[in-house]
Design a protein around this ligand. Structure first.
Ligand code: PNS
Length: 152
């Protein structure tokens, strides 16, 4: 069975995440949408909410399994026999950050590969950071969220 992981904070889940996870689910038999819980950044939205959003959006996609984990992504991969990490790339800044993380993960666990899916052009401006900013300032962030979870 071909298995991959899409790790993230999902703070909040955006249309961009949904696009990448859906595309990955067409390439793998199983994709873990994995919420990393040890981030130094304190999340804006509680873990339960982030989990519920993913479960709602992917309820009809049997290839996607929602999980949470603490510690290193590479360690979660080792424990669960996962060898492919999927991440989305919107621009050069994403690439620089992701390249470094991919290389570090290969040092930690040499049989993990990270593959990058390029963001769909219509969603390349979407980021959780941007949604958090609009949310805090009282703007209309629904435009960036999957329609199933609009209104957060
Ligand atoms: O959605 P994000 O914030 O870009 O996701 C970042 C995430 C969760 C994928 C990354 O911070 C991560 O993998 N955290 C777990 C700890 C870890 O493995 N860090 C990388 C070591 S090189």
């Amino acid at each position: 069975m071909r298995t991959a992981i899409f790790p993230g904070s999902f703070d909040p889940l955006t249309q961009g995440h949904v696009d990448i996870i859906s595309r990955a689910s067409n390439m793998f038999d199983k994709v873990y949408a994995a919420i990393g819980c040890n981030s130094q950044k304190k999340p804006l939205f509680p873990l339960e909410k982030r989990q519920a959003w993913l479960q709602t959006v992917f309820a009809q996609n049997p290839s996607v399994e929602i999980v949470t984990y603490e510690g290193l992504t590479a360690d979660f991969c080792k424990r669960n026999n996962i060898h492919v990490i999927v991440r989305g790339i919107r621009n050069g800044k994403d690439f620089e950050y992701e390249q470094q993380m991919a290389m570090a993960n290969r040092v930690i666990c040499p049989d993990i590969d990270t593959i990058f899916l390029v963001a769909s052009p219509a969603l390349a401006h979407v980021s959780s950071e941007l949604v958090r900013e609009i949310y805090r300032l009282g703007g209309n962030y629904d435009l960036f969220l999957p329609k199933e979870i609009a209104n957060l």
